[in-house]
Design a protein. Structure first.
Length: 117
């Protein structure tokens, strides 16, 4: 499967962005999906995860209450709504398939989110 993340950009602190990730290729609806991010000079970290039917979601403590992950299986798309952004949210954001709780497959190019103070 190929995953194309988009929707990043430059936003002021306190602002919002909505990321999208469109899948092509194999079946999308049967798999959990996740968002991860990598800030400059830091390790890639987990942000959010959604199960195959959208009924269960998980979030990193750092984004809980501010970010919302969702999916539309008919469109083979997973979303990440990001509100109340802070400069600490600046990173490249990646979407990926999650199997047994672990990222699986290619990371792709990601989409850059820059939050200015």
């Amino acid at each position: 499967v190929q995953l194309q993340a988009c929707g990043g950009g430059v936003v002021q602190a306190g602002g919002s962005l909505r990321l999208s990730c469109v899948a092509s290729g194999r079946t999308f609806s049967g798999y959990d999906m996740g968002w991860f991010r990598q800030a400059p000079g830091k390790e890639r970290e987990f942000v959010a995860r959604i199960n195959w039917n959208g009924g269960t979601t998980y979030y990193a403590d750092s984004v809980k209450g501010r970010f919302t992950i969702s999916r539309d299986n008919a469109k083979k798309t997973v979303y990440l709504q990001m509100n109340s952004l802070t400069p600490e949210d600046t990173a490249i954001y990646y979407c990926i398939t999650v199997i047994n709780g672990n990222p699986f497959g290619s990371w792709g190019q990601g989409t850059l989110v820059t939050v200015s103070s």
